[in-house]
Design a protein. Structure first.
Length: 209
């Protein structure tokens, strides 16, 4: 199997504790769950509906501020955005709206308006989203088409730091998580998309088109 990010040949990993198969890329260090272990759409949506992402939850807002603050600092007052993969409780979009920004919502399960994907945006956010991508580079290309020149993509996901602990990593054990990224992966994605990028803090990436 080839890597779902950079296309290089990937090596097969088998985790003995749950007998799942993963594919590990030596070029961009991306790891993906083999497709035969993915949940069905019904199972996936059911799992998301169990998340407690209340837009008024102060602790959740504090968590999202790791992306909100560095991204907002780079936006002008009239910037228009999209919360891509916002889930059933789009708290980050609400935080931007409260600050005066116009933000659209898109989620394949909860806000599935395909017309949104034909629009252009000054900024797009993906919080706790890209680890669910079955075809990451396809999704990044989709996002690239929606970003204006100079537009920003803000990503939040748990970085895979120590591959030796991958089998026991809590993030891997979520059955909806199928894609795992190291900081090197974001460097390769930026190069492939002709973006610049920075990591203002762990688990947060800002790309610029």
């Amino acid at each position: 199997m080839n890597c779902l990010v950079c296309g290089d040949p990937a090596r097969k990993l088998i985790l003995e504790e749950d007998e799942k198969v993963y594919w590990d890329c030596r070029r961009c260090l991306f790891i993906s769950l083999d497709s035969k272990f993915r949940l069905s759409p019904f199972e996936e949506k059911d799992r998301y509906e169990q998340h407690n992402n209340d837009v008024h939850d102060e602790n959740y807002r504090l968590f999202l501020s790791k992306l909100f603050k560095p991204l907002q600092a780079k936006l002008n007052d009239k910037a228009e955005g999209l919360d891509f993969g916002c889930g059933p409780g789009p708290a980050l979009a609400e935080m931007f709206k409260e600050t005066g920004y116009q933000v659209d919502l898109y989620d394949p399960f909860f806000f599935n308006n395909e017309k949104i994907l034909t629009k252009s945006y000054d900024f797009i956010t993906c919080t706790e989203t890209i680890e669910h991508f079955f075809d990451p580079i396809k999704e990044f290309k989709k996002i690239n088409k929606m970003l204006v020149k100079g537009g920003l993509l803000g990503v939040m996901t748990a970085f895979l730091i120590d591959e030796k602990d991958f089998g026991q990593w809590y993030y891997r054990k979520d059955p909806t998580h199928v894609a795992f990224y190291k900081p090197k992966t974001f460097e390769v994605i930026a190069s492939m998309m002709n973006w610049t990028y920075e990591i203002p803090e762990r688990d947060v990436v800002l790309f610029k088109k």
